[in-house]
Ligand binder design. Structure first.
Ligand code: FES
Length: 260
């Protein structure tokens, strides 16, 4: 276990190289740095309540494939630990799934959903990929930086906000957008993003809309300015009861059934 961490630390860049990194959060950090609250000796264990969820997660996989649970267990550990994963939490997951710690480190350092350094109460992931960039994400970034007094990758002194520019978050139709913790705020302007930040300061970020995200320009989901113009009804799937009468499905008929 120690040797895995040593391997990571061998790749540590010099202090000056680290200082010029713009993305200091989970996305690009491929090494571990000991800090007072993040060493292998730091205590981490799941709560009793979360151990029930651990068992539920592991019950989805065959006993000899426990490692399939690495991602959901890391997610659970991160949520329990205030939005980031100390190395002790990764080690705990490794021991639960009976994997070498390095197998868990490589998962946590590959997926951008995992933060391996502390983040603010409100973790703002700003999409800077082409559709969002064309629609004004640079203005949104500058507005957030100016309003909060931080730069990309930074956290406000009071620990309330962390800003990180990331790649496409899959809401391009409503660009520009940010992910705030688990929630998507879309169709942003410099004015509405400030409103969003101020609402967070008061502890009341706007609730998500009917479809699980919130376009901040008042539109519904990703309907255009004319509102809903197509797909007025969701047609029920056509099911040919004959096909299932013996409890079997002919694989050759699937394509036809799915209307490919
Ligand atoms: S480009 Fe921003 S969400 Fe896809």
């Amino acid at each position: 276990m120690l040797s895995a961490v040593r391997l990571l630390t061998r790749r540590l860049p010099s202090a000056s190289a680290m200082a010029v990194q713009t993305r200091t959060m989970g996305t690009s950090q491929s090494f571990h740095i000991n800090t007072p609250d993040n060493t292998q000796e730091t205590y981490f264990d799941f709560t009793e309540e979360n151990y029930k969820l651990v068992n539920k997660i592991l019950s989805k996989y065959p006993a000899n494939y426990k490692q399939s649970g690495i991602i959901p267990l890391l997610d659970l550990a991160q949520r329990q630990h205030g939005g980031w994963l100390p190395v002790a939490a990764m080690d705990k997951v490794a021991s639960i799934v009976e994997a070498a710690p390095s197998r868990v480190y490589e998962v946590a350092s590959f997926y951008t959903m995992f933060n391996r350094t502390k983040v603010g109460k409100y973790f703002i992931q700003l999409c800077g990929t082409t559709p969002c960039m064309i629609c004004g994400s640079e203005d949104i970034k500058k507005t957030i930086e100016k309003h909060l007094g931080i730069k990309n990758g930074g956290t406000t002194k009071d620990g309330m906000f962390t800003l990180l520019e990331v790649e496409c978050l899959g809401a391009c139709a409503n660009a520009p957008m940010v992910q705030l913790n688990d929630d998507y705020y879309e169709c942003l302007t410099p004015k509405t993003v400030i409103e969003l930040l101020e609402a967070c300061k008061e502890g009341k970020p706007p609730p998500m809309g009917k479809w699980g995200s919130l376009p901040m320009n008042g539109q519904v989901s990703c309907e255009g300015p004319l509102g809903k113009t197509t797909l007025w009804e969701v047609l029920p799937p056509k099911v040919d009861a004959e096909r299932f009468k013996d409890g079997k499905v002919d694989p050759a008929s699937v394509k036809e059934h799915m209307s490919y």
